[in-house]
Design a protein around this ligand. Structure first.
Ligand code: CDP
Ligand code: MG
Length: 874
């Protein structure tokens, strides 16, 4: 049962020449009555709304092909050449049965909401319906937004393949990359990308249709987009260039959208796609929740595999590290071998010492073995795949090689003859590895996917019959008051738990094993709160301002987004954040703020870039910003050592690394730039040596991170060039080390950008108690924070520092620390200072009563070594 379906949706043959006549007929007959197709075509051109429907809709099928005149006339039906396998797989998707209903609703209404269980085919099929009905052309594309980058990339690939169209036509755009061309007609993108586009062109005139996918996730950008689009759609209508808006959601909480009269004056129609869900039996654990849920998952999977009939297993864990660790345990317990001749290689690969071997290092005598087909080959899913986005998956240290996990795995060793085909799935997994879960497992094996939350709604895995749900999720938490964020593992919501359970019933009746008791389940919140109620507002405000939305008060934003919940945010907090980022102080947006908003990075970093047009600092700040965005440049410096031997090894790596860096930067003035210097030095030295994998491995750098940084530097250079047309930067990965003047300038730029992340060491005489020893006081937190042991400034303890971020482990630690000269603070961060009368001229000092730096009005400092750049606005 389970496997049959998987085979059908697998459809490997790349370019099946053309589907047969019958299939074309078969497709056209039930789904494309000419009435609806014609109104589909007429609709985008002319009047919208009530007038569109043709009451007497003829039921005759359309001719399968259209003459080439279709391009200039209102399109009727754009044929798509799908392979037989694709055709067959499509017909099994519930949304196919609703194509006519969906298209009629879209033809007749400017805004439509489509609700359907995950896996019903919304994301992959609705864009195709629209394409076939002639909604896409070179002058107006179909845009689809996804909250996750993986979804944007993998769905564009999937749809291109299904439609037999090239990636020039069905393309994707995520923050730093994409394959969009002039020919693009279907464009998948992240919600952030569309928001940026609205900034440049408020009416989104490039698009005929916008689909907001996964709206139930309530990601912040999705919420804002819906708010903005609720205004853009009527505006486009007025201009006679109607835009269709389609909101797609799993069946959660659509009332938030439909019943919100501030959002849509006319209630949009909601189309329910029948999910054809099979019953899922839910089994709760009797015991109260366990701390070792990962171990419990392992035991549960073992039991299912031994005792229950065929069918795939899907395990939900919280993060990438856990996913890998469980995958390893399972592979050890139920090894899968393609055939016996390879067992020697396999056992070699499986010994812990070989875990980090790359395929390049395999002995030449074994060249023929296709390592990618071994589920046991750890190099296949190295942790290095993280690409450093601030995704929840990326949280936590996950370089665990799981060497000494001397658990009771021996006892668990399989008595089942069936091997387990174990695959990891998380959002930063490389797309080609992710795609594996959609393929049928090798014959004679059982599929077991160990996943994070991505498998909850974004991606549907075929053939799953058993779900093991740990009940937890890793989420970024924003402290309401300070904006400090940390990743925490918490209980999921009831809605999420039910979604996860639902994954078991896609192809046949299934079972969901919840590793928590029903009493605990009853205590879960019903839904998790929309992100917009939790995120720091600073970037939001800046974005809104750049959109020329006047008076960006939090209330203004509420009105724009029209979600009741957002009113939870305090005005006071907003005001404070506004003060803290000097670029936002003036309303309307300052030229600096406008420039900032055009950069595809967070405001703090954008401010650094915008201020770097002096002393030729731009290439360096671009590098620093890229490095800060990518994060985790170093392989294992930041990891607490497991053993003493390992500690020594880490130390050795670190020493070698610092040595290597000096070769590039000399002993020079870069020291005070602190950890940011280390980042700059790492990139500088690496590029200087040609950025090879060997160099990176030798010096403990993450090769992938280095490549990503190079890529980002190119992207940001292009972005800067397009803002400052005379900057004339060119991309050269190699750099000279900065001069002393440049380092000073860079440090000031970093201070200006990360200003609200200023911290001051608590002096001996101010010590309240021991917990403040060597501690810093930040502008945002009451509690003591410390310089992270991995920082180069850990021992130096400068009086003032700025940090990139605070992470909470045993203590609150600052990471990405750089030293600040006290006299810069009044010049660059006046809101943090209070100014005394200029009687004498003492250096600035800290005023504990006021909690601020005390100094004179700093006319002398203002322009010393610091000037605002000549920013150009296009
Ligand atoms: O968006 P929705 O959750 O409604 O469904 P979808 O993402 O369009 O997926 C429809 C079907 O396509 C599912 O059964 C997926 O397993 C399958 N699919 C696939 O086989 N390979 C992909 N790369 C993407 C989807
Ligand atoms: Mg979807």
């Amino acid at each position: 049962g389970a496997n049959k379906r998987r085979h059908s949706s697998e459809s490997e043959p790349e370019e099946e020449p053309s589907s047969s006549e019958e299939e074309e007929e078969q497709k056209a007959a039930p789904e494309e009555p000419s009435g609806s197709a014609v109104s589909a075509a007429a609709q985008p051109q002319g009047a919208e709304g009530e007038a569109g429907a043709d009451p007497a809709r003829p039921k005759a099928p359309l001719p399968p092909a259209v003459p080439s005149t279709a391009l200039c006339q209102p399109a009727v039906f754009i044929p798509v050449d799908r392979s037989a396998e694709v055709q067959e797989a499509r017909l099994k998707l519930p949304i196919l049965a609703e194509e006519q209903v969906v298209m009629e609703a879209i033809n007749e209404n400017p805004i439509v909401i489509i609700c359907g269980e995950t896996g019903s085919g919304k994301t992959t099929q609705v864009p195709q319906f629209l394409y076939e009905a002639g909604y896409a052309s070179s002058s107006g594309a179909i845009g689809i937004t996804e909250p996750r980058r993986v979804a944007a990339v993998s769905m564009s690939q999937r749809v291109a393949k299904e439609m037999n169209l090239s990636h020039r036509v069905v393309s994707y755009q995520i923050r730093y990359e994409g394959n969009v061309t002039d020919e693009t007609q279907i464009k998948f993108m992240t919600d952030g990308v569309l928001l940026k586009e609205i900034q440049k062109d408020f009416l989104l005139s490039k698009y005929k249709v916008i689909i907001i996918d996964e709206a139930h996730e309530r990601s912040m950008y999705t919420d804002i987009l819906i708010g903005l689009l609720s205004r853009i759609v009527p505006l486009r209508h007025k201009k006679g260039l109607p835009l269709k808006l389609i909101i797609m959601s799993a069946t959660l909480r659509v009332e938030d959208f439909t019943d919100n009269t501030r959002l849509f004056s006319v209630k949009p129609p909601v189309i329910q796609v029948d999910a054809r869900q099979f019953p899922v039996t839910v089994h709760f654990n009797k015991k109260t929740p366990l701390d070792d849920y990962s171990g419990e998952c392992f035991r549960k999977v073992c039991k299912i595999h031994r005792m229950l009939p065929a069918g795939g297993i899907l395990v939900f864990l919280t993060g990438q590290a856990e996913v890998h660790s469980l995958c390893r345990r399972l592979r050890k317990a139920f090894p899968y071998q393609k055939n016996n001749t390879c067992s020697a290689v396999q056992s070699a690969v499986c010994t812990p010492l070989n875990v980090v071997l790359s395929p390049l290092l395999f002995p030449q005598t074994l060249p023929k073995i296709d390592l990618s087909s071994y589920s046991v080959v750890p190099v296949d899913e190295g942790d290095e795949d993280r690409d450093g986005d601030s995704d929840a998956d990326a949280a936590g240290s996950d370089l665990d090689l799981d060497l000494g996990d001397g658990d009771s795995e021996e006892d668990e060793k399989s008595d089942s003859s069936l091997p387990l085909f174990v695959l990891p799935l998380y959002s930063l997994l490389a797309p080609e590895k992710q795609a594996k879960v959609f393929q049928a497992p090798p014959a004679g094996t059982r599929l077991c996917v160990v996943a994070t939350n991505v498998a909850e709604t974004s991606l549907t895995i075929p053939g799953i019959k058993y779900v093991v749900d740990c009940g937890k999720v890793k989420k970024r938490f924003y402290d309401r008051i300070t904006g400090v964020s940390s990743f925490r593992v918490t209980w999921i919501s009831q809605a999420s738990a039910n979604q996860r359970a639902g994954r078991a019933g896609r192809t046949e009746p299934g079972h969901c094993y919840r590793l928590y008791s029903s009493a605990v389940f009853m205590d879960f919140e019903k839904f998790s709160a929309p992100e917009i109620t939790k995120r720091p507002v600073e970037d939001l405000i800046l974005q809104m301002k750049a959109l020329n939305i006047e008076k960006v008060s939090w209330e203004g934003l509420c009105a724009a987004a029209a979600f009741k919940v957002v009113a939870l945010r305090s005005q006071k907090q907003t005001e404070r954040l506004k003060q803290q980022l000097a670029a936002k102080l003036s309303c309307p947006i300052s030229p600096l703020g406008r420039v900032m908003a055009t950069f595809p990075v967070a405001p703090r970093y954008a401010k650094m870039l915008a201020l770097s047009r002096q002393q030729d600092c731009l290439p360096y700040s671009i590098t620093i910003v890229s490095a800060m965005t990518v994060r985790e440049l170093f392989e294992e410096f930041d990891r607490p050592a497991v053993s003493e031997a390992e500690a020594a090894q880490l130390k050795g790596k670190r020493a070698r690394f610092l040595q290597m860096q000096k070769v590039w930067a000399g002993q020079g003035p870069m020291q005070k730039l602190g950890d940011l210097m280390v980042m700059l030095g790492a990139v500088g030295a690496c590029e200087y040596s040609g950025c090879t994998r060997e160099f990176c491995e030798e010096n403990g750098l993450r090769y992938k991170a280095m490549l990503e940084i190079r890529h980002l530097r190119g992207q940001l250079t292009t972005a800067v060039n397009s803002v400052c047309t005379d900057a004339g930067l060119y991309v050269d990965p190699k750099m000279q080390p900065p001069t002393e003047a440049q380092v000073t300038c860079l440090r000031q730029i970093v201070l200006a950008g990360l200003g609200d992340h200023l911290a001051r060491r608590v002096q001996a005489e101010e010590l309240l108690d021991d917990k403040w020893k060597n501690a810093y006081k930040t502008a945002l937190l009451e509690d003591p924070v410390f310089i992270h042991p991995s920082s180069v400034l850990f021992k130096e303890l400068p009086e003032f520092v700025v940090y990139q971020e605070i992470v909470e482990t045993t203590k609150l630690y600052m990471k990405g620390v750089s030293a600040v000269e006290p006299e810069w603070i009044p010049a660059l961060l006046p809101p943090y200072c209070h100014f005394g009368k200029p009687l004498e001229n003492p250096p600035p000092s800290y005023c504990p009563q006021r909690g601020r730096v005390r100094c004179h009005r700093p006319s002398v400092f203002y322009r010393v070594g610091w000037q605002l750049p000549a920013v150009e606005v296009d």
